[in-house]
Design a binder for this molecule. Structure first.
Ligand SMILES: NC(=O)C1=CN([C@@H]2O[C@H](COP(=O)(O)OP(=O)(O)OC[C@H]3O[C@@H](n4cnc5c(N)ncnc54)[C@H](OP(=O)(O)O)[C@@H]3O)[C@@H](O)[C@H]2O)C=CC1
Ligand SMILES: CC[C@](O)(C(C)=O)C(=O)O
Ligand SMILES: [Mg+2]
Ligand SMILES: [Mg+2]
Length: 329
């Protein structure tokens, strides 16, 4: 069984009087910075000049360059895009680390794959909300929190876990529950989940379904509703009560189709490929490819992003969503 931590296990006082630098003010950065501040903690934001700088200032934060923020901080939470973290850490954070400072992450990629090597004596901790940043903020303002993961990679001070739990409490995660894990487990499962199921798997499933209907002569608008729009409604039911709640809510006709056809779509072959994907994550092949793609200017990534944005599903979906006032809201 996993070890879970809740509010009663966390002591926010551990962070009182300390300065927390949130480096990056994007999806996770804005949410974690605002939750910590609302929990009474002293938060500064480290950034480069750009869009986020203005946003963080508008939200009332003291914003500094990354090196200045690192030099001031007792706890440094690195919430930059994963592919930028190594360079920014080496050039701007490492030379300014205060004695006894702690390095925090919300994803283990750079520590696990050794793009960042922290000096001995520094606490290296992960607090990873299991949710996109905007939910981290929204659920906190509703007086709850999203679940999170906690891992200690390096316990330089002997108090790394206590510090991590205080931080997890500050962003609201201990209200829901925090699972103890390792950097390796979080990194490998997070990459696998997003590639095989949540992002890569789901996107290709949606596209293949849409293309099948459109190629058979059905209206793209109907295909969009069937294969993308309704997915949220089905996933919401799974989220609330697992597959059983979803199957309870759908018609018996849909449930019969689910049992008789699902395994013809996601086959033993698919599972074999999932195992290969997991091996490539575990042996560092994916990490190496992603690092090289970034070092060489992201040509393939950029081209694929453009091609995907031009898919008929995206064009039709944009038009349809314009007509759905409740979605824009
Ligand atoms: N997105 C999510 O919900 C989740 C993310 N995570 C993890 O959280 C971390 C942050 O990801 P995410 O919130 O998605 O990141 P975003 O891409 O949303 O935000 C990145 C932020 O970093 C700033 N930034 C980018 N490059 C630099 C730089 N060179 N110097 C200074 N600031 C820079 C950007 O500012 P600017 O406006 O100037 O570009 C922006 O504020 C990652 O480790 C990710 O894996 C974990 C769980 C979920
Ligand atoms: C599912 C994508 C994710 O892993 C996340 C929001 O948790 C990410 O890296 O953005
Ligand atoms: Mg994730
Ligand atoms: Mg991820």
């Amino acid at each position: 069984m996993v070890t879970m931590y809740y509010e009663k296990d966390a002591n926010q006082a551990v962070l009182q009087g300390k300065t927390i630098a949130i480096i990056g003010y994007g999806s996770q950065g804005h949410a974690q910075a605002q939750n910590l501040r609302d929990s009474g903690m002293n938060v500064i934001v480290g950034l480069r000049q750009g869009r986020s700088w203005q946003q963080a200032e508008n939200d009332g934060f003291e914003v500094l360059t990354v090196d200045q923020a690192a030099a001031r901080a007792d706890v440094i939470m690195i919430l930059l895009p994963d592919e930028q973290q190594g360079k920014v850490y080496n050039e701007q954070i490492a030379p300014n680390l205060k004695e006894g400072a702690a390095l925090f992450f919300s994803h283990g990629f750079n520590i696990h794959f050794q793009q960042i090597v922290a000096p001995e004596g520094v606490d290296v901790v992960m607090v990873a909300p299991k949710s996109p940043g905007h939910m981290v903020r929204r659920v906190y303002t509703e007086n709850f929190g999203v679940p999170g993961l906690l891992a200690v990679y390096q316990d330089g001070t002997g108090k790394a876990k206590e510090l991590g739990l205080a931080y997890a409490s500050g962003i609201g995660c201990t209200r829901a529950g925090v699972i103890e894990t390792t950097f390796r487990e979080e990194t490998e499962t997070d990459l696998f989940g997003e590639q095989a199921v949540l992002c890569g798997g789901a996107s290709e499933l949606v596209k293949a379904g849409f293309e099948t209907l459109v190629e058979a002569g059905y209206a793209p608008e109907i295909a969009y509703f069937e294969c993308l729009h309704e997915l949220k409604l089905i996933v919401d039911l799974m989220y609330e009560g697992g597959l059983a709640t979803m199957r309870h809510s759908i018609s018996d006709t849909a449930e019969f189709g689910d049992y008789s056809v699902g395994q013809r779509i996601v086959t033993e072959e698919t599972k074999k490929e999932m195992k290969k994907v997991l091996t490539e994550i575990q042996n560092g092949t994916f990490a190496k490819n992603w690092i090289i793609e970034n070092q060489s200017g992201r040509a393939a990534f950029g081209a694929r992003r453009r091609i995907e944005s031009e898919h008929q599903l995206e064009v039709v979906g944009k038009q349809l969503r314009e007509m759905m006032a409740w979605i824009k809201k």
